[in-house]
Design a protein around this ligand. Structure first.
Ligand SMILES: Cc1ncc(COP(=O)(O)O)c(C=O)c1O
Length: 385
C-alpha cells in the first residue's frame, strides 16, 4: 500500500486503542440510562462518574463543575450564551481570531441586542491583554478568549486576561479545545470561570465534549428538557463517548509532557526541512508561544487548496488556511485579523502533528512539498496578485 501520512490532528485524531477498549462495553453490555435508579442505570452512571472525575482531576477542579456536551461547538455556545443570557443584556468581549463556534455565537447574541467588541491581534495572532482591559465597559457581562488558535497555534496570554477579568468581576470563558490534554491547564491560576474542551482532539471519540463551569458562576442552561447534568444541560448523556473522553484525558495526563517534546522536535524538523528547500515560505503564528504540534506555513504566490490536493495525491493529509469561493481566494478570518498580505495568506497550509507522526513521515512530507510548490508556482499566471 502506498504511504499515508496524517498531519491534520488539530481537525481530529484517531481514537486511541485503550480509549476504544474502555468504550466498547458501554454500547451493548452496560446500556442502562444513567438517570435510572436500577442497577443497569447505576452501572452506566458509575462509568460516567469515573470519567467526570478524570476530567476534573486533569483540570484540578471539582467533578461537580464539569458538564458533558455533544462537542466543542456546543460547549462554546453554551458558555457564551449561558453567561450572556444569565445577565439579560449588556456587552461582550471576544477576539477576532476565535473559532466560529464562539464568534458566531457572539454574533447571534449581538443580533438579540447585546453589544459586542472583537479585539484584534498582532502579526503573530496574539491578543494584547491591554486591549481587553480597554474594551471593558461598566455593562460588560462576559469575556471569551481562546487558549490556543487551531489554525496558527498561537497561545493567548490567558493568565493576564484572567487577572483583568477578575479585577473587574467579569466572568472569563476560554475555548481550550486545542490545548485540553496537550498542555497543563490550571483554571484557578489562569482565572478561568468557564472552559470548553472536546474529546476528538485528544484521541477520544467525536461528538462528545464538556464545559467546566466554576461553582457559583451565574450561567443559564441553553438546552432545556430533563434534569440531566445537574439541570445544566438536558438530554440523556452519551455514556460510551463520555467514558472514552475520560479515558482519553487520563492517557493524555500521563503522556502529555513527553509527547509535547517529541512533536515539538518533529515540528521543528518539518519547518527546517521546508524552509531550507522552498523559497518564499514563512511560518505563521507566534514563534515561541505556540502549540507543540502545529506548523502553519504561508507559501507566497501559491494557492492553499492546490497544495492540499497535491499532497493528498501523495497520501498526505493537511489542511488549507484559505478557501477558493467563486473564483476568489479568501484567506481565513484568522489570517485577515493578523494582517497577513493576500499573496502570502492565499498559500496558507496547516500541518498538525500527533501520536503517530514519525521522523520518516516528516521527511517524506518535506520531500513531497518542494517539487509540488515549485510546479504550482511555475503554473501560476504571470503577475498574479
Ligand atoms: C478552538 C476550537 N474550538 C471549537 C472547536 C469545535 O469543536 P468540535 O469539533 O468538538 O465541535 C474546534 C474544532 O476544531 C476548535 O479547534
Amino acid at each position: 500500500m502506498s504511504r499515508r501520512v496524517y498531519l491534520d490532528h488539530n481537525a481530529s485524531t484517531p481514537v486511541h486503542p485503550e480509549v476504544l477498549a474502555a468504550m466498547l462495553p458501554y454500547f451493548a453490555e452496560v446500556y442502562g440510562n444513567p438517570s435510572s435508579i436500577h442497577a443497569f442505570g447505576r452501572e452506566a452512571r458509575e462509568g460516567m462518574d469515573l470519567a467526570r472525575e478524570r476530567v476534573a482531576s486533569f483540570l484540578k477542579v471539582s467533578s461537580q463543575e464539569i458538564v458533558f456536551t455533544s462537542g466543542g461547538t456546543e460547549s462554546d455556545n453554551f458558555a457564551v450564551k449561558g453567561l450572556a443570557w444569565a445577565r439579560g443584556k449588556g456587552h461582550l468581549i471576544t477576539s477576532q481570531v476565535e473559532h466560529h463556534a464562539v464568534i458566531r455565537a457572539c454574533r447571534a447574541l449581538e443580533a438579540q441586542g447585546f453589544d459586542l467588541t472583537c479585539v484584534g491581534v498582532d502579526e503573530f495572532g496574539m491578543v494584547d491583554p491591554d486591549d481587553v482591559r480597554r474594551a471593558i465597559r461598566p455593562d460588560t457581562v462576559a469575556i471569551s478568549i481562546m487558549h490556543a488558535n487551531s489554525e496558527v497555534g498561537t497561545i493567548q496570554p490567558i493568565e493576564a486576561i484572567g487577572r483583568i477579568a477578575r479585577e473587574h468581576g467579569i466572568p472569563l470563558h476560554v475555548d481550550a479545545v486545542q490545548t485540553f490534554g496537550k498542555l497543563p491547564l490550571d483554571v484557578d491560576a489562569l482565572g478561568i470561570d468557564a472552559l470548553s474542551f472536546s474529546a476528538h482532539k485528544i484521541y477520544g471519540p467525536k461528538g462528545v465534549a464538556g464545559l467546566f463551569i466554576r461553582k457559583g458562576s451565574k450561567m443559564v442552561a441553553v438546552q432545556h428538557g430533563g434534569e440531566h447534568e445537574r439541570r445544566r444541560r438536558a438530554g440523556t448523556e452519551n455514556v460510551a463517548g463520555i467514558v472514552g473522553l475520560g479515558k482519553a484525558v487520563e492517557i493524555r495526563a500521563r503522556d502529555m509532557h513527553t509527547e509535547a517534546e517529541r512533536v515539538t522536535a518533529l515540528r521543528d524538523r518539518l519547518w527546517d526541512g521546508v524552509r531550507s528547500r522552498v523559497p518564499e515560505v514563512r511560518l505563521s503564528g507566534h514563534p515561541g508561544h505556540r502549540l507543540p504540534g502545529t506548523a502553519s506555513f504561508l507559501f507566497r504566490h501559491v494557492e492553499s487548496e492546490s497544495i492540499v490536493l497535491g499532497l493528498d495525491l501523495k497520501g498526505i493529509g493537511v489542511s488549507a488556511g484559505s478557501a477558493c469561493t467563486s473564483g476568489n481566494v479568501e484567506p481565513s478570518h484568522v489570517l485577515v485579523a493578523m494582517g497577513v498580505p493576500l499573496e502570502w495568506a492565499m498559500g496558507a497550509v496547516r500541518c498538525s502533528l500527533g501520536r503517530s507522526t514519525s521522523a520518516e513521515d516528516i521527511d517524506y512530507v518535506i520531500e513531497c512539498v518542494e517539487p509540488l510548490v515549485r510546479k504550482l508556482r511555475q503554473a501560476m499566471p504571470v503577475g498574479v496578485v
